[in-house]
Design a protein around this ligand. Sequence first.
Ligand code: E4P
Length: 215
Amino acid sequence: MQLFIDSANVEEIRRVSAWGAVSGVTTNPSLIAKEGRDFVETLVEIAGMVTGPISAEVLSLDAEGMLEEGRKLAAVAPNIVIKVPMTAEGLKAAYAFAQEGIRTNVTLVFSTNQALLAARAGASYVSPFVGRLDDIGYDGIALIREVAEIFRLHGLDAQIIAASIRHPVHVTQAALAGAHIATVPFTVLERMVKHPLTDLGIERFLADWGNRPTP
Ligand code: E4P
């Protein structure tokens, strides 16, 4: 399973890019709005740092508007992936983008049938939202497992991005459930690095080294 960062903050993206473990970026209108910057300017800056896929979401609700917005965003860099919402209009747009060779990420997926429709429409990525399902008492990871099984059984090429990841356990569970990618907030990526025994181990090694007998 690959790891993407779910962020529009260029400093966070720069920091995790240096680790070499994170191979793409997903943004959404809420994340972009949080930064208080120009959308395209932010994308240009991210594209200067990341060679993997960068998802940029359209705001229009009709397919025509999505196509117009998406073509402009796709022109920013060759690795921009257009995020469209999982609606009938979003499917229409995903299908049209696929004919034009523009990759899409169908977002806000909450059921297996939505994922199946998105994959059949020609989406390159589908994004089931794990945390938001958990929030309302459903099992987000079970959705990832079922979508992965359906895509495997029927030879569907779309990549599953486990989205709305809330904590490190979600990442492990998404990998075990068969997600191709998990898109992870910066704070969760930071927590994934940490283990108290690692810190303690470093402390002890350094203490032992400091107390070594002089040869
Ligand atoms: C996916 O691409 C979305 O940006 C994201 O994962 C949404 O997650 P949230 O539920 O934390 O807003």
